[in-house]
Design a protein around this ligand. Structure first.
Ligand code: GTP
Ligand code: MG
Length: 331
């Protein structure tokens, strides 16, 4: 690891909205340079003001196509937009990275749109933490709206979605029984459920399945009940597109709801809680591994488990006892 040069200047340029400075800072943070925490500390006070929209769902349901339209609508309102595409190279998405780029590329000439893709691997602190950091950097860059596209598959993506104030769960007709399996996601994650590809057969059945799940949901008076919107986000003629204005209306309505109730504070609380947990987990691991370095103990522990003499849980408990409790005694 090494210390980066001129971070002060880069940060000043970031605050002025400079894309190159943003790209440079993102790579410094991704590579966890020594002054990584200092960078994040300095930009943090400039964050927390953007509207953050999450777009999640299974591979190929049309998340990027919808994101494309949402970007355009926000641009038409004069807002500047940041987009984070998480996990585009995941095997689940069938190598959609290129597809994402093509779909989103018509915005790349627009200074009001800043797009960043995060690959699934290669982040020391994990994908979720990298995503949180990149979003903070985009906020500090002055983006009014940040759209986060994630594949709704693994835990990382679920972690990430807590950052969104308004979360779109995208589905398609023909998902059939899968809808039942997504019940928890529908209830826990979705503020807006989008049935995309409504030009395909089965849209009405899909809507009924979703409605049935919502009907048995235990919503209390004043709770937000997820809205269901049907869309067509790719069509040979633009007049065949559907539901984009309704979708934007639903996003606006949800934002109004958040601000009119204490829900906005709850979302903020959840975001910071998640962020604290991610940073803490990562730093704790680094601290422990640093303590073990050069002692040969890490290897010993791994061998111990390999030989069936122990298990990772007991080892972690033991390490925590030895290293953390001893350390805290010192403090
Ligand atoms: N028929 C139809 N096809 C659509 C619609 N929206 C998107 N598609 C197609 O669905 C495919 C996937 O679209 P994407 O927007 O890349 O979907 P995604 O969810 O971002 O995909 P991943 O990032 O790979 O998970 C593309 O071939 C699109 O052309 C729609 O409304 N109707
Ligand atoms: Mg995509």
């Amino acid at each position: 690891m090494q210390r980066s040069k001129n971070t002060g200047e880069l940060i000043a340029r970031l605050f002025a909205g400079d894309r190159l400075a943003a790209a440079r800072l993102i790579s410094l943070v991704e590579n966890e340079m020594d002054d990584y925490h200092e960078i994040m500390r300095q930009i943090y006070p400039r964050t927390g003001h953007a509207l953050i929209v999450g777009v999640t769902g299974a591979g190929g349901v049309g998340k990027s196509s919808l994101t494309n339209h949402i970007i355009k609508k926000f641009r038409d309102q004069g807002k500047i937009v940041g987009v984070v595409v998480v996990d585009p190279s995941s095997p689940f998405s069938g190598g959609a990275f290129l597809g994402d780029r093509i779909r989103l590329q018509r915005h790349t000439q627009d200074d009001g749109v800043y797009i960043r893709s995060l690959a699934s691997r290669g982040y020391l602190g994990g994908l979720s933490r990298a995503t949180y950091d990149v979003i903070r950097i985009m906020e500090a860059m002055g983006r009014d709206v940040i759209i986060v596209e994630t594949l709704g598959a693994g835990q990382d993506e679920v972690d990430v979605i807590h950052i969104a104030q308004t979360c779109l769960l995208v589905m398609t007709p023909g998902m059939g029984d899968d809808i039942q399996a997504m019940k928890a996601g529908i209830m826990e994650i979705a503020d807006i459920i989008v049935i995309n590809k409504a030009d395909l057969d089965g849209t009405e059945i899909c809507r009924r399945h979703i409605q049935a799940i919502l009907d048995i949901g235990s919503f209390k008076e004043g709770d937000w009940v997820p809205k269901v919107i049907t869309t067509v986000s790719v069509a040979s003629k633009s007049e065949h597109l559907q539901g984009i204005d309704e979708l934007m209306g639903a996003i606006e309505e949800h934002q109004k709801y958040l601000h009119a109730t204490d829900a906005f504070e709850k979302v903020k609380f959840a975001r910071i809680e998640q962020e604290l947990g991610l940073i803490f987990k990562d730093e704790l691991q680094k601290l422990v591994f640093k303590g073990l370095k050069g002692t040969g103990k890490k290897k010993k522990y791994i061998k111990h488990i390999m030989e069936g003499k122990g298990d990772p849980y007991s080892v972690v408990d033991e390490i925590l006892q030895t290293y953390i409790l001893q350390r805290s005694d010192e403090i």
